[in-house]
Design a binder for this molecule. Sequence first.
Ligand code: AMP
Ligand code: ZN
Length: 477
Amino acid sequence: MGEIVFQNTLGGRKEPFVPLHPGEARIYTCGPTVYDYAHIGNFRTFVFQDILRRFLKSRGFKVTQVMNFTDVDDRIIANAAAAGVSIREYTDKYISAFLADRKALGLETPEHMVRATDNIEDMVKLIERLTAKGFTYVSDGSIYFRISKFHDYGKLSKIDSGGIQAGARVDVDQYDKADARDFALWKAPKPGEYFWETRVGPGRPGWHIECSAMAMKYLGDTIDIHTGGVDLIFPHHENEIAQSEAATGKPFVRYWLHAEFLLMDSEKMSKSLGNFYTLRDLLAKGNKPSSLRFLLASVPYHRQLNFTQEGLQQAASSVERLRNFVARLRSGKFPAGSSTVSQTAVKALDLFEQSLEDDLNTAQALAAVFDLIREANTAMDRGEFRQGDVAPVEQTLQRFDAIFSVLTDDDAERLRALGMGADTAPSDSEIESLVAQRQAARKARDFAASDRIRQELAERGILLEDTRDGGIRWKRK
Ligand code: AMP
Ligand code: ZN
């Protein structure tokens, strides 16, 4: 198999992937800010990261991936206070929802999933190191990074920080390129706000220091791959580089990979614009998790993806075509021997691998698989497909599914796991009929059957109560 190349934002070109430790890939992924449900724009980036890790694993790399949860920021503090709950309680809900959504989309679990608030001590230590080297100063109780002292500032986002007035500060975590200024590492608490009492004073960490501290804690000073959406290049990743490299004097990240946006009506899908769908919104409209996964994976991460209902429908029919073909292949009886389809399958696999080697060109990889399916279907229609073709075609499909993971028809199960889907919410008439069956079973003293029906209803959210007159009342949980 050939060389893997990635489009490295640092340097701005495709580069062969050579990890620091041969055979290992250490990846850091900026995770969600857990103040609400993630939207499918966020999942575009998370699906890309899943394709990346699956591909590297399929090539024998030992992958260690760290993903953080940003579980403290202005919005979280405000929302938790408004809801009258602790930050932990508030964010727990959205972390659980995010993990459930990931499962539904077939995203593998990173080796480490870490909460910012569980790693405050590591952030404090990093701030102390930066202070010892003269990279920080205090203003109004907050600690700032002095970007004029870090000469490489701007190397990722290519901003020129030369003209920026030393000492000009910015307090919010997200801001425009034009606003490149000294940023807060540690924020003094506003009156009434929750804070941590630490060696660097009372307060809470800035967003950027979280990722530097956790990346280096779990993966070492220099990591192989750092990923996120393009909106994170500046200021977040630029600031991560500044903090990490100023502290260690070593390169922080070898390959920066950034996913382009998922768009809706030509605009970035985002919470602030209000033009977003959560995964659950789309599933509630009857879409399948596999259609979403396929759609988000099918456009190479370096290209913007315009979200449309038609696109989602096309993805659904592509998955159906794949599954139908697999069923046909596995159930068919073919004459002995082999045909040209065997060679096509081998070539398709080569093309599939080459496409992914080329900066994860998923669109081209899929085209190779669909060309194979078309040819194999035609051969089957004509009675030319042979038993000996099954194995090479299966092999190509299995390599495909190790990355795309849509062949198993388990959408109903995935929906059930999210508490959604037709079977979880039975209609009144279905409930009445099950209740009647249970009554009949009891009358016939078939208690096993009666218990089974009660259990099934309980699993689907229906509680039964026996009434005094021997009847049954039911209610939804
Ligand atoms: P956040 O929770 O806002 O920190 O975002 C989580 C991840 O989703 C980050 O990697 C963002 O870059 C990414 N992201 C946010 N909006 C979009 C979008 N519309 N398309 C693709 N990725 C996005
Ligand atoms: Zn980050």
